[in-house]
Design a protein around this ligand. Sequence first.
Ligand code: FCB
Length: 486
Amino acid sequence: MTVVPAQTTSGLIAAPRAATPGTAFPAGFAWGAATAAYQIEGGVAEGGRTPSIWDVFSHTPGKVVNGDTGDIAVDHFHRFRDDVRMMADLGLTSYRFSLSWPRIQPTGRGPAVERGLDFYRALTDELLSHGITPVATLYHWDLPQHLEDLGGWTVRDTSYRFADYAALAAEALGDRIGTWTTLNEPWCSAFLGYASGVHAPGRTSPADALKAAHHLNLGHGLAVGVLRSALPASAQIAVSLNLHQIRPLTGDASDAEAARRIDAVGNRVFTDPILRGSYPADLLADTAHLVDWDALIRPEDLAEISRPIDLLGINYYTPTVVSSSENAEPAPRSEVHGASEHSPWPGADDVVFHLAPGEVTAMGWPIDATGLTDLLLDVHRAHPGLPMLVTENGAAFDDAVGPDGTVDDADRVAYLHDHIGAVARAIEAGADVRGYYLWSLMDNFEWAYGYEKRFGAVHVDYETLARTPKASARWYSEVIRRGGLA
Ligand code: FCB
């Protein structure tokens, strides 16, 4: 049997070709790992970088477990060459990372800082020299604090600031980065950042969260426009959404109604304007008492927001089980959405969340790979012809470090095996999935959980910052080498 090496060419995610023999995955499928700037870089005061909302939030007592911050993180800013070598040793064909807005454009306006761009030039050169396709995310949650002080995502001007920053990044890096995603998980930015307050900037206003959602959508669309003009015609533009795979608890009509409401404010608030050019009427009705949508949405906005994209990035960890308030006992909110008494679901805050049955990860998130197959097929049916990337999937576990520093994370191997299998099933059923990015390359700053939760395939010793591939990293290398599961 000939095994076709899974390699991408020319800095782009490949269009599907014949399946690698013995697997469902097309040759050229991108096998990657993902990270985000604030979670790994450190170097927060270097090269003119100014604080982002996450610097300020993490330095605010009580916001992050153990008072952890990203000041040093895993020092990727200084160790990126070794980290890229490690990726090459693992056989990754692609790497998804994010650009730090305050490193490139510290106050969120004005010219780019060359020293910030130089870091990403050097990183991408290093990736390309090892044959690893870079996928850059423009915004993985680190808004310059200067812009938050002016209103953050609740004000329209931030969308325009984001587009200007996108233009600076594309002009400087477009010669070496072929695949771009605008936003990572705007649901978290809007609803965890501005409604439940468990993420930066930590605000707790349902109305502000809805305004933020619209301005994130607008920022995305404006950025797609400037990326199209600044980048070569071959460039691929995407957005990464944490679409919720929603399951009503029972067959009751009231649970179906709960699922509809969460789908509106969890999924369609982004997918409808971006992919269909309109906001869902039911979302506007559910939230009409909170925000004046007519004043918020200008007539030209939806045409901007729905500029065509080339790929949809999907981040999946666990299914979302919901019921109406009449049905069953809820799971404690802290297990589902972090420790806040403020709901991240404007217009649907009476919906009750449950944990799907079965084993959970160290985050308390139920493990259910069927949710990933279902999600990819739902998107495939709702938006036929739209190529997808799984831009994040993975699991935190309480890894036990052996005396020699090795980590035998059989639980993570099992999780990854089941979820990569779930992607294979979606492909077999017709979904056009072009890549899989494991979250995360290495242990890192897990937002409000600080360094307590480890998602890495590579272990990081936070005293020495030494990196040691876990058993899951070695297992993933084999998957990549074979081009799929055995
Ligand atoms: C996602 C984030 C990513 C990481 C994983 C566990 O919501 O995009 O940065 O924290 O969850």
